[in-house]
Ligand binder design. Structure first.
Ligand code: SF4
Ligand code: SF4
Length: 371
């Protein structure tokens, strides 16, 4: 009775999110191995994750916990299929850069916790350190798709997932069955082959992982495939038939200057401007330093810019202190390949103080010769 009352309450008062109840049972040995493997892979790219990070079982998050309420709020704000456009624009997920999204979801989580407290129970949001996708599948909120994302019936995979632990005696749901069937649209659409093994993502080949978490140079073989990806690649989400005809979340704003920023100005963005646009956001937390956005923007400009962007890239070579940014600018100049680009690369081949940047410049010149 309590379980049904809670679910009805959430549907009626929290924007009818994707919803499920998970047991608080331990993870399976295979789930733990997968998480450990994932941590080890990611630790090679970002200091946010350590290779020996312990995998905690759900019970360790809440004394006396008896169930986990999994909710997936609508994070579909519509798609701009004209991107990258002219001048080229990129994309950063609204929920990562717009505090309104965070506040909107937080208010709904608070509403759920208030319901539990009114009925004499505790509720605790666990915002990090818990594998939301595994718990969402366990909760029957949705099912893993072949793109390794959770997709919920009628609500697709544009979801902001949250886990609320509770000591209320809620009835766990039965996990859903497969929803992909013979479909392979995401695998066909993925530019890097990251989805070649169904239901798993080769995260080292995933452009979102590279753009957001890789704190080194983007591998050469992935740079053209990055396209206009400055932060997230949404190609497999856009390809998924289950994401067609979704209800657009119009309850919060979508600040276009943050969600679809013009790429060129990001290449030499100042500290002050980066702070003004992204300071305090989840995007800043994940990307950690502006130089990684600058690196991504330079690569995106190499893919979608034109001769008019050569001065921006020359400015990066001349003024940017970080060798990752200068190296990406050199690569992009090699892609745009105008006579101006060639002569500036030849000049900086002799004078850039960094061996890695000179190597990027040499590579760019070599590739220009071949074309
Ligand atoms: S986000 Fe992009 S690169 Fe990553 S799996 Fe999906 S389509 Fe492939
Ligand atoms: S595109 Fe097709 S195979 Fe991929 S997640 Fe969506 S339904 Fe599944």
């Amino acid at each position: 009775m309590l379980t049904e009352d809670l679910k009805t309450f959430i549907r009626e008062n929290c924007g009818n999110p994707a919803l499920g109840i998970a047991s608080i049972d331990d993870f399976t040995p295979q789930e733990i191995r997968d998480m450990e493997q994932g941590n080890q892979t990611m630790a090679a790219y970002t200091p946010l994750i350590s290779a020996d990070m312990p995998v905690l079982n759900p019970r360790e998050f809440m004394d006396g916990g008896r169930a986990i309420i999994m909710v997936g709020y609508n994070a579909f704000f519509g798609r701009d299929h004209a991107l990258p456009g002219k001048p080229p624009h990129g994309e950063i997920i609204n929920a990562f850069v717009n505090q309104e999204c965070v506040d909107y979801n937080a208010a709904r989580n608070d509403t759920i916790i208030a319901f539990l407290e009114k009925h004499g129970y505790s509720g605790m949001l666990v915002p990090a350190g818990i594998p939301q996708k595994i718990l969402a599948a366990r909760a029957g909120l949705g099912r893993y798709g072949k793109n390794a994302l959770i997709q919920a019936p009628e609500k697709g995979s544009w979801l902001s997932l949250y886990a609320i632990f509770t000591d209320a005696p809620l009835e766990p749901e039965t996990p859903l069955t497969d929803m992909c069937g013979d479909c392979e649209q995401c695998k066909k659409a993925c530019p890097t082959g990251a989805l070649n093994v169904p239901y798993t993502c080769d995260i080292e080949r995933c452009l979102t992982m590279q753009a957001m978490y890789n704190k080194g140079p983007i591998p050469l073989e992935l740079r053209e495939k990055m396209g206009s990806c400055i932060a997230e690649c949404c190609i497999c989400m856009d390809a998924c038939p289950r994401n067609k005809n979704l209800a657009v979340n119009t309850a919060v704003s979508m600040p276009l200057h943050l969600v679809h920023p013009e790429i060129a100005p990001l290449v030499n963005i100042t500290d002050a401007e980066f702070d003004r646009l992204f300071g305090g956001t989840f995007f800043e937390f994940l990307i950690m330093e502006k130089k990684y956005l600058q690196r991504n923007a330079a690569i995106a400009l190499g893919n979608h810019g034109g001769p008019e962007h050569v001065p921006v890239l020359i400015e990066a070579l001349e003024t940017q202190e970080d060798e990752l940014v200068r190296g990406a600018a050199a690569w992009a100049l090699g892609k745009i390949a105008t006579p101006d680009a060639r002569s500036i690369l030849e000049k900086f081949l002799k004078q850039d103080p960094s061996e890695s940047v000179r190597s990027e410049i040499q590579g760019a010149l070599d590739r220009m010769k071949k074309h």
